[in-house]
Every structure is written in structure tokens, then in C-alpha cells.
Design a binder for this molecule. Structure first.
Ligand code: TRH
Length: 393
């Protein structure tokens, strides 16, 4: 490695390196990939994404080749990040460096950042939380203990004064087009389930969740429901429980089963860019983790959140903080019903479907209103780009 100062690039396009370590599931890479695509497509940045698990990435985008050390997809350079030291074949440091979820940059890269003629804007992108303290910590700088480098904490959030959440500029228009087009919806149902859209009075529910003991009771309630329930289950961690309910050995993509009022379809795990359509095709969405939780909010339909469980129940205040934002404008009885249902889905109590359904008109209206409120704090990629540019001036 040369110890000569690394030159700042001469061009005006902002170069950005994003580092992502996949801890579990799809949320880490899901958020980083979405951010990378937005910074490239909407802000014209030249983005390089270092990610340590190309197999998880490939599930979200089949164009990713899990065997390649470096490749370009959608105009973004993807580097298979060989921990801990690898930082690309060259140590050319970008103008903006995003360390996702405190993943720890390679030491050689940090040293190269310090040698750069002009220090890069270094951001630590945190996990999303709706808690109040987030606004106080958002954009707090933290000097590096050894180098003349400053790292800034960038906190996504659901309230004013936070970094917001990711939302593509064309998202609402794409949703409106899908909702307005019977042909687009029919084509979606055909591809996803092999059948025509259900009758208008059926309740369509998408189910994306971790293993969840409450699902057995809910499946029974749906089976016994007065109205037809059409359940769409992307293949994943909850599929085993659905299979057991129907007495099947598995519930893999393409499977279909009916019991009483409940008809269920197993869906293939789709390309991330098409996950929204599943949310738009449904009346109610069960989502989990971080990214699908955000997408359900933009879908503007009622949703039920299975929060990523943490040690010592550290996730429970986050669940209540999200409820406080989302449900605060609801009438008291609807707010209480929603809170009961979310708590039951997260291990506290038994979910009561009739109680939830009773408040559907208020929940439907609130979901649309909340999507507008959330949009008012600006999208995360735009907020991040604006902050970075203010630091680069
Ligand atoms: O996969 P997750 O459980 O990820 C979680 C969370 O991010 C959590 O906060 C984090 O700490 C943990 O991982 C390590 O849930 P999440 O965040 O919703 O990510 C799922 C991604 O998968 C999201 O980008 C949507 C996408 N997806 C598809 O692309 N196709 C599909 O068919 C489905 C169901 C999801």
C-alpha cells in the first residue's frame, strides 16, 4: 500500500462508497441496495457498494452474480467485501462514505480516508427507530480517536428532525398506476398466483413474518371468518407454520390450499423492486424488520409489524414508538385495537381478528393519512444527499 496522499477526484459527480455487512435476513442489504439505487438514479452519484454476502443480495436482485468479486448492476459497482481488510483493489476513497449499521470500515480504508487531500463525508447510517431520542442524535458528529476524521451519525426516523425513511420519487405514481389499472393487477395475480384476482369482497392479506406462534390462532380465525380471506405468503420463515395448518409437508412457491374461508397462495420470493406490488395488491400487509415495514407505510394500507426481536426485549419500546406515530391520530378504540393486535403479533396476547376488522374504516383512512404525514419529513436519500453536499461545499 502506498502512503502517498490519495487525490480527491477532479470530476464534479459525487462518488459514494457504501459498506454493508449482512447480519441476518434481508434488511441490511435491502436498505443499502435501495439507498444505493436512489443515490445513483435520483442524485446522479457514482455509487460503489461493498457487501459481504452476495447470496442474500442475489435473493433481492437475481442480476447479482454471487461468484463475482466485482460487477456493475443498475449502474452501481458491487464489490464482494472480503472481511475484514478488503476495500476494493484500489484504495481510492469516495467523497461520501456510508458505513451501514455500524459495520466497521476496514482499517486500511480508514487510513486512506485520513490521507485523502480532503477528508470524505463519513456517515454511519443507523437502524430505523421511531423513538423520540433519535432526533437528538441525528447528525451528531463524532471525531475519530486517532485520525483527523469526523464521523456523523445519520438516523432514519418517523418524526421531524430525523433522517426520515427511503422513498423513491416515482413511488406514489407507480402505486397510483397499479391501482388504476385492472390489467396491471390481473397480470400481477396471474404471475404471482397463477389465478385471477379474487372477488372484490374478499380480504387480501400478505404475510411476511418471522416464525410466530400467534399465526396458528390467526389462521384458525381466518378459516372461520365470514368473508373470504386470500392469504399471500412469500416463501420464508413463516411458511412452515402455514404448511402445518393445511396439513402439507411444505408451502413452497406455487402451492395453494383452502380451509373454510381461507385460501392461501405460496409466492416465490420476488425481486425487491417488485415487492411493492404485493403490498399494493393486498388490503392488509403483515411485514417485518425494517425495509418491508417502511414499504408497507408507503403502500398506504393498514399493516401489522413483526419487529425484529432483540435481546432483553429492546425492540418493544421501538414497537410502541412506531405505534405512537402511526396510531396517535386514530380514535381511542381503534388505536387500542391496533395496539392490542400489534402486541399480540409480537408475543403479548392473542391476536383478535374480529376486533381488528371492526376498525378497518378508521385504519384504512389513517394508513393513507400517515403516508402523507411521513412524506412531509422528506425521503432519507434526499436528506442524506443534501447533508453530504452541504459538507462538501
Ligand atoms: O429480512 P428482514 O427481517 O431484515 C431484518 C431487518 O432489517 C432488521 O431491522 C435487521 O436488524 C435484520 O434484518 C438483521 O426484513 P426487512 O428489513 O423487511 O427486509 C426484507 C427485504 O426483502 C425488503 O427489502 C423487502 C424484500 N423482499 C423482497 O425483495 N421480495 C419478497 O418477496 C419479500 C417478501 C421481501
Amino acid at each position: 500500500m502506498s502512503s502517498a496522499p490519495t487525490q480527491a477526484p477532479q470530476h464534479t459527480t459525487i462518488a459514494c462508497d457504501i459498506f454493508c455487512a449482512v447480519i441476518d435476513n434481508f434488511g441490511d442489504i435491502g436498505v443499502c441496495w435501495r439507498l444505493a439505487r436512489q443515490l445513483a438514479a435520483e442524485h446522479g452519484w457514482q455509487v460503489r457498494l461493498f457487501v459481504d454476502d452476495l447470496h442474500a443480495f442475489r435473493k433481492l436482485n437475481p442480476a447479482v452474480d454471487a461468484g463475482r468479486a466485482r460487477q456493475a448492476v443498475d449502474g452501481i459497482v458491487i464489490e464482494h467485501w472480503h472481511e475484514p481488510a478488503h476495500a476494493g483493489d484500489t484504495l481510492q476513497v469516495a467523497d461520501v462514505v456510508i458505513e451501514a449499521f455500524a459495520c466497521e470500515l476496514p482499517h486500511a480504508y480508514i487510513a486512506a480516508m485520513a490521507r485523502r487531500e480532503r477528508a470524505p463525508v463519513w456517515l454511519n447510517l443507523e437502524y430505523l427507530s421511531g423513538e423520540d431520542w433519535v432526533a437528538d442524535f441525528h447528525l451528531r458528529p463524532s471525531p475519530h480517536p486517532r485520525y483527523a476524521l469526523m464521523k456523523t451519525f445519520f438516523f432514519p426516523g418517523l418524526g421531524k428532525g430525523t433522517g426520515g425513511v427511503l422513498k423513491e420519487r416515482d413511488l406514489d405514481a407507480r402505486r397510483a398506476a397499479f391501482e388504476a389499472s385492472a390489467d396491471a393487477r390481473a397480470a400481477w395475480w396471474q404471475t404471482a398466483t397463477g389465478s385471477a384476482p379474487p372477488a372484490p369482497d374478499a380480504t387480501v392479506i400478505s404475510l411476511f413474518a418471522y416464525e410466530n406462534p400467534a399465526v396458528d390462532s390467526l389462521l384458525e380465525q381466518w378459516r372461520d371468518s365470514e368473508r373470504e380471506i386470500v392469504l399471500l405468503v412469500p416463501e420464508g420463515r413463516i411458511s412452515g407454520a402455514v404448511a402445518r395448518f393445511f396439513g402439507l409437508p411444505s408451502f413452497a412457491a406455487g402451492a395453494q390450499a383452502t380451509r373454510g374461508s381461507l385460501r392461501a397462495h405460496a409466492l416465490a420470493f420476488t425481486h425487491q423492486a417488485r415487492y411493492d406490488e404485493l403490498l399494493w395488491a393486498s388490503d392488509i400487509n403483515f411485514v417485518r424488520g425494517e425495509d418491508s415495514f417502511v414499504r408497507a407505510q408507503w403502500a398506504a394500507r393498514p399493516f401489522v409489524w413483526h419487529i425484529y426481536p432483540q435481546a432483553d426485549d429492546a425492540h418493544l419500546p421501538k414497537l410502541d414508538a412506531a405505534l405512537a406515530h402511526y396510531a396517535q391520530a386514530l380514535p381511542a378504540d381503534a388505536r387500542a385495537a391496533l395496539a392490542r393486535f400489534w402486541h399480540a403479533w409480537n408475543g403479548n396476547g392473542k391476536p383478535d381478528w374480529a376486533d381488528f376488522q371492526r376498525h378497518r374504516p378508521q385504519l384504512d383512512a389513517r394508513a393513507a393519512q400517515w403516508a402523507r404525514e411521513l412524506a412531509s419529513i422528506g425521503d432519507l436519500a434526499g436528506n442524506l444527499a443534501e447533508f453530504a453536499k452541504s459538507q462538501l461545499k
